[in-house]
Design a protein around this ligand. Sequence first.
Ligand code: GDP
Ligand code: MG
Length: 701
Amino acid sequence: MTSEVKIKAGQPQVQKAPVKAEKKEMTVAFIGNPNCGKTTLFNAYTGANLKVANWPGVTVEKVEGAINAHGYHIHLVDLPGTYSLTSYTMEEQVSRNFILSDDVDVIVDVIDASALERNLYLTLQLLELGKPVVVALNMMDIVEKRGMEIDLHRLPEMLGVPVIPVSALKRRGLSVLLHAAVHHKDHVHPDRLIHNHSDHTHHQHNHHSEFAMVYSDAMEDRIDAVRQLLHDKYPDLYNHRWHALKLIERDPEITAKYPVDDVHHVLDRSYETDIITEKYAFIEEIIHEVVVNQASKAAATDSVDRYLTDKWLGIPIFLAIMAIVFFLTFFIGDMVQDSFQGSIDTLSALAEGGLTSLGADDMLISLVCDGIIAGVGGILTFLPNICILFFALAILEDSGYMSRVAYVMNDIMNRLGLSGRAFIPMILGFGCSVPAIMASRALEDKRDRYRTMLVTPFISCSARLPIYILFSGMFFPHNAMIVAYSMYLIGIVVALAALKAMNLFSHEKKENDLLIELPEYKRPSAHTVYVYVWEKIKDYLSRAGTVIFAASILMWFILNFGPAGYGDMADSFGAIIGKAIVPFFAPIGLGYWQICLALIAGISAKEVVVSSFAVLFDGVNINSPAALAALASMMSQGGFTQLNAYCMMLFSLLYIPCAATIATIHAESHSWKWTAFSVCFQIAVAWVLTFVVYQIGSRIF
Ligand code: GDP
Ligand code: MG
């Protein structure tokens, strides 16, 4: 999902007398801690609709857009969040490499003004890069609301760079920020740097006019010594001070790239912790001078979190919230669906009438009515359910609740040998497995990452919802919701159990701690929720128009043509294929060729299981309770009972999610071997579990 956002914000302005001969282009990169509002800022400028969420680890890939302003064609880049420039998760590497490259003209350091202390750590590192930096002091609306005050005059003096107060959400200060970025393009040297040290700190070095961050004398001596070594050996290097610092910290990448002979024996050990400590000492100084009214964290957040992140209550509350979500999905979805009930029949009748009067032959009429309208139309009617599901997920995400879930799952995840952060991709999996698998990049440990990728598809994504609605509605009319909810629970349990099994076989045991911070709760933004739901609806519609459309037509063809040409479904190619794979599915209670065929077709996209079903049963209207009841009783006579239906849902839940997910697994792992392994793994787990359920179930019932 490396979206190239191209925005039409007016034509490039004509430059009458270009000052420089080259084209007036520049690149501005947004960097900052996770959750500080970079993506919101990016969207505000570009009009893009990238996913914004009130929890860390969502943007994992850099995204570019462009606007025209102040006579420049400005490329804006939204980077994954990072706490420092020395970390090594994949998302943080993306940010670091890009920031270090020559492609960036101005770095806009987005900081969450309500959490200044934590955010400034990255700021100090960015200032040391010796590149033009502008600070965007974001979330000013929150700061004001809480009565916190920040000295906007003193802060830039201490940092030596412009500090622009903004609110990305309320779109305040945006043009000033852009203006500052453009005008700061070639400013590498800090302006107005004023230190007011108290008397007890004497510095023998005169670095205070040059750098915001000045270390202790001992450290500055060391930096100067290494800087000299670097200067002698690599005269062309662009920022000797920064490289010297990295050598002193023993940064593996820089140490390998620019080795020096340590003639003064100053690099006797890694001084990373000393440097961190000194940075934090300076941050404390800044906070002391700049923050006038240190407002306490919103009290509401603490009191709510006492329950939501409670050791015992946390997980039951999460399960209850999910139950409510699915109840709404079913209940409201059902109400809306009633109005759809007749429309498919009407549409089908209209099409049939129209085509007949035009003199179309039976074959075409069947293709349109029993193939396309039944398949695509059937899927479209689940749109209300899908909307509600995403609406609920958007609210849970934007309010900040989802990071609490990762937090309360931390203990369990640790016991399974993973960090609590590994649960985040799984939560995303309730929406769609594709972004969920991509989110596994936020995990530091490669092993964690692969394990998470392997089990994330077990989490029930939105595309599986139509299958549950259809089968639970048909065979469990009185308990449809509970049956469907059980699928969601089973998905989570299987994912966790698979992790547990992998951990048993692994010899390497390690300590894990939680690297997720808890953002404050806030009222979900209507715009964010709207964008979230709308993007998902577009996704769903485009799948209906492409994959599901094509699959319905293909399905119709293989069901209506056979070796003998157009004719009876029982002799069609579809029947032949389906019957060939029946032996594989028979032991798990799915030994019906129609079911087998639908499951195979479902690999293209999970909804196709349902659309194929509609085509298979000759354009049955899957919105009409009467038609479904008739179909269910017909299937029951063929021996397909509630148990078989449950097995059908279970297998659909667990077997390979869809072609797009497989492609994502490959893109993320760069390995066909791994991709093949995970596909086989998922099929094996699905088969074995369904086998157990069917075999035990058929002995009991
Ligand atoms: P990113 O991780 O840095 O890309 O952060 P996002 O852009 O995804 O935003 C994180 C959360 O902060 C979202 O819930 C946003 O709606 C919210 N947010 C971003 N900017 C502001 C702001 O200026 N004010 C307020 N109140 N919320 C903001
Ligand atoms: Mg982001």
